[in-house]
Design a protein. Structure first.
Length: 177
């Protein structure tokens, strides 16, 4: 079964926060409050309004210096609905999108919402069957094509996603008070 996740509007603040999280991986940051949920890290800006992102570095380059694939889950600033975003190599083929296979079952496709010389982004709503399967799954395989025709397939650990999403929603509710 293949489903298409819808594209969302660009979020510059999310990309900046996620970049900071990836660069700071594991170190304490004065700019963010951080917690771990299985394979996922939840970080929130300390300033008001507090922006929170659940993230995972999926793959790095062989030297371990650059994030090649990163995953972020967050609540849309306007609607409060959950979204998921994958940051990919700028060499990805935008028209091919991103394939997502959860465990050995459901397959989904996300369209690339943007590409520039530094990265490509595939983003969609995290709700319904997709959310249920991701939160109850063990591993998802992410697949995308590179401009040279080769395919990249990397595993996304799903452990902790459900508890991380619960914490993300609780932080948003606390922020609203």
């Amino acid at each position: 079964m293949t489903q298409t996740a819808t594209k969302g509007a660009g979020c510059v603040w999310l990309l900046a926060l996620a970049t900071n999280l990836f660069c700071a991986a594991g170190s304490a940051s004065a700019a963010a409050d951080a917690s771990r949920y299985g394979a996922w890290g939840l970080a929130c800006e300390k300033q008001k309004p507090k922006v929170c992102v659940l993230s995972q570095i999926v793959a790095r380059d062989p030297q371990g210096k650059q994030v090649v694939v990163g995953a972020n889950a967050y609540l849309d600033a306007e609607t409060g609905k959950p979204k998921i975003e994958f940051r990919l190599s700028p060499l990805a083929v935008p028209s091919a999108g991103l394939g997502l296979k959860i465990d050995k079952g459901a397959e989904y496709r996300l369209a690339m919402s943007s590409c520039d010389p530094k990265l490509c982004v595939a983003r969609g709503w995290l709700e319904g069957e997709l959310r249920t399967r991701l939160e109850s799954g063990t591993v998802a395989q992410l697949a995308f094509l590179l401009q040279d025709g080769s395919q990249v397939v990397v595993p996304l650990a799903l452990k902790g996603l459900k508890s991380g999403m619960t914490a993300l929603a609780a932080r948003r509710a606390a922020r609203a008070d």
